[in-house]
Write a protein that binds this ligand. Structure first.
Ligand SMILES: [Zn+2]
Length: 119
């Protein structure tokens, strides 16, 4: 029984504890107009373009264990020269046709005709 009840808090015991930005000290300092020692979550300055590229590449490398900016042929460093978005389908098709990677989607068969059985 002691194993089961050890998770039940005593009466009046604090169940929620706040740390960092939401801690009482940090909120008190903000209320007085002083900057808290811990920075607000979104107060970090935006990274420069070069830093953002490195972070993006570092995240891809961390997750997929592949360096997205190294050339698969020679291992040299590649640079992002442009972004293509989803709504630029004509550009995507033109690039894939140039690379010989464009495949026409096979025509879909019409849906099967349902036959109703009457009894
Ligand atoms: Zn290369």
């Amino acid at each position: 029984m002691a194993e089961v009840t050890q998770h039940v808090p005593d009466p009046g015991e604090h169940l929620i504890r706040y740390y960092g930005f939401y801690s009482n000290k940090s909120r008190g300092l903000r209320a007085k107009g002083q900057p808290a020692s811990t920075a607000a979550p979104n107060s970090a300055p935006a990274p420069s373009g070069k830093q953002a590229r490195k972070r993006w590449a570092a995240l891809i490398k961390q997750v997929y264990e592949i360096d997205p900016l190294s050339c698969p042929n020679c291992g040299g460093e590649m640079k992002v020269i442009s972004f293509i978005e989803r709504n630029q389908s004509a550009v995507i098709e033109r690039i894939l046709r140039h690379c010989g990677l464009w495949e026409e989607a096979p025509a879909r068969a019409p849906p099967p005709v349902r036959q109703t059985v009457t009894v």
